[in-house]
Design a protein around this ligand. Structure first.
Ligand SMILES: [Fe+2]
Length: 234
């Protein structure tokens, strides 16, 4: 959105191309008049977040800094969204910035999951389609009384598209499942080496394909950092 404002059609076209090619889009230099919610509606139905709202707030909450949880200031570990729930995970996730974090940290980070899966051959990928794993949920959600667990394979085909689920901490790896151990180890190593880090300016928005991308966040200090968050069903 650099310089002159893009027309609506051009923006939507470019946005879809980038999302398909790269798995994510970072909108920058967003004008004050831009309506994030209206723009996102053309991607699909909004899906309620675990706390029940359609347009959520991501802000640090008091008393949550000691657990792995989105609503605090700690670093998160690489994951895809929604693995702990039954059914399909949200197709797209969007975050936009109401107030950037002052000082260091607070970037949203991402890695293309296809890079992780490229390290496995067809029969190994078959193992991830055929093996049903148990997925837990974060201590942060548990403290709020949300304790979902679900059973899914790592990989699922859905109308010709691949769904990839990943969680560093909450995929329960059965004794002796070396492939799952390697998936998490290689996923984390590649994440460390190759992730992109999105630093927000006010109104910036990042949208990504949650069936493909892993995401995480760097720790930050500023208690006034504020993002908005939407999940979009397929
Ligand atoms: Fe997340």
């Amino acid at each position: 959105m650099n310089g002159d404002a893009l027309s609506d059609d051009v923006l939507k076209y470019a946005f879809h191309q980038l999302l398909g090619n790269n798995g994510y889009v970072h909108l920058v230099n967003v004008p004050e008049s831009f309506d994030h919610v209206a723009f996102l509606r053309h991607l699909g139905e909004f899906q309620p977040t675990p706390t029940g709202t359609l347009v959520g707030d991501v802000k640090p909450e008091r008393g949550m800094d000691d657990v792995n949880h989105g609503q605090n200031r700690g670093a998160l570990q690489p994951h895809t969204e929604g693995y702990e729930f039954h059914g399909r995970p949200p197709r797209y996730l969007a975050l936009w910035c109401v107030k950037p974090a002052e000082g260091l940290g607070g970037e949203t980070t991402m890695l293309d999951g296809n890079r992780v899966l490229a390290e496995f051959d067809d029969s190994e990928l078959g193992h991830f389609r055929d093996t049903v794993y148990r997925w837990g949920s974060t201590e942060g959600l548990a403290r709020k009384g949300v304790v979902p667990t679900a059973e899914h394979p790592v990989l699922e085909e859905q109308e010709g598209e691949r769904i990839f689920r990943f969680s560093t901490s909450y995929l329960a790896i059965p004794e002796g499942d070396e492939l799952a151990t390697r998936l998490i180890e290689r996923g984390n190593a590649l994440y460390e080496e190759q992730h992109v880090a999105i630093r927000y300016q006010k109104r910036d928005m990042v949208v990504w394909d949650n069936w493909r991308m892993l995401h995480s966040r760097n720790a930050f200090e500023d208690p006034t950092r504020h993002l908005k968050r939407v999940q979009i069903a397929s």
